[in-house]
Write a protein that binds this ligand. Structure first.
Ligand code: SF4
Ligand code: SF4
Length: 312
């Protein structure tokens, strides 16, 4: 069945497939609350098309990344692959429990998901179990977690999304990768237009949401010169230097949506995942990515507007 799973997943859109035995997970792990008979976790990785970042890289078109790189993968390609593989497994008599991140449900009382409108998120939801997706991706041998918190893969660096199937079938395991991609270069942190990557690594979600949605005017082609007129610290916000708490983040977000949302309630990424692009460029320059292209991803110096243009 293992080979059939890999072949079907790859023919229905997955690029990476990995298998983690249940023994790699703590007994208290959410996967056992979701499906106590779990014997194997199957991880599926899907490349985010390098071309879908082109518009945000050049500052020329913005909805391509958020539709092709986020919404269509999450809502069409990934579930289609999961359902086809799960159907085949059920035909073979195994139980297959698909697991995909619910982008709008959070256990935390006061966190957010930058890819969704903060008002659309249900917080403090206790009785909904969600597995730790990044941890499971590592345990399935798909890649390693970088300083930014993103999953880094040998093939596509951070340009990847992932989902899972829990099953009662025992399937041969994939080795866990020894971390070798992230060298703590800090380029992801430096590239973020809103300083949302913490000194110790990982992302501060409200800071990220604020700048994912375009609060930095020097990296937002849709922001008017007099934007944020009601904010005392408007230049601090526009230059990406403002430190936001959840209340300020909400106020800024209410005032900074200046580009239409994508379907399925996804927000458009105005930062264009600058952290992941910087990481990808770094890994490509170091020759670490196995999926090679004829030309490098970064073709010219990064563009930026002058913050002076926003001053009166
Ligand atoms: S940019 Fe550098 S520090 Fe950040 S995740 Fe990539 S390799 Fe690690
Ligand atoms: S570059 Fe964008 S996605 Fe990455 S941490 Fe900064 S705001 Fe968040």
């Amino acid at each position: 069945m293992r080979n059939k799973i890999i072949a079907l997943a790859k023919s229905t859109g997955a690029d990476l497939v990995g298998f983690a035995p249940a023994s790699r997970f703590d007994k208290e792990d959410e996967i056992f609350k979701i499906f106590p008979d779990t014997k194997t976790v199957i991880g599926f990785g899907f490349r985010v098309l390098r071309g879908s970042y082109r518009g945000v890289e050049e500052g020329t078109t913005y909805y391509q990344y958020s539709t092709m790189g986020v919404e269509n993968l999450e809502e069409t390609v990934m579930p289609m692959c999961q359902i086809r593989v799960a159907m085949m497994m059920e035909e073979e008599g195994a139980i297959a429990v698909p697991q995909r991140r619910h982008q709008q449900i959070m256990k935390e009382e006061n966190s957010t998901n930058p890819e969704k409108d903060y008002t659309e998120i249900f917080r403090g939801v206790e009785n909904e179990h969600q597995m730790n997706f990044a941890d499971a991706a590592v345990k399935c041998g798909l890649g390693e977690i970088g300083f930014s918190g993103a999953l880094l893969t040998d093939e596509f660096g951070p340009f990847v999304r992932y989902c899972f199937i829990l099953t009662d079938a025992e399937l041969e395991e994939t080795p866990v990768k020894t971390p070798h991609l992230c060298d703590n270069c800090g380029k992801c942190k430096k590239a973020c237009p809103g300083n949302a990557i913490k000194d110790e690594g990982g992302i501060e979600p409200w800071q990220c949401a604020t700048y994912y949605n375009g609060a930095n005017g020097t990296k937002n082609p849709f922001m008017a010169p007099d934007h944020f007129a009601d904010f005392e610290n408007r230049i601090e916000i526009i230059s990406g230097e403002a430190k936001v708490d959840p209340e300020l983040a909400k106020k800024i977000l209410d005032a900074c949506y200046c580009y239409p949302p994508i379907g399925h309630k996804y927000r458009s990424s105005i930062c264009g995942r600058a952290c992941d692009r910087a990481c990808y460029v770094h890994l490509e320059e170091k020759g670490l990515l196995t999926k090679a292209f004829q030309t490098p991803f970064r073709k010219r110096e990064e563009w930026k507007f002058d913050v002076e243009d926003f001053k009166e």
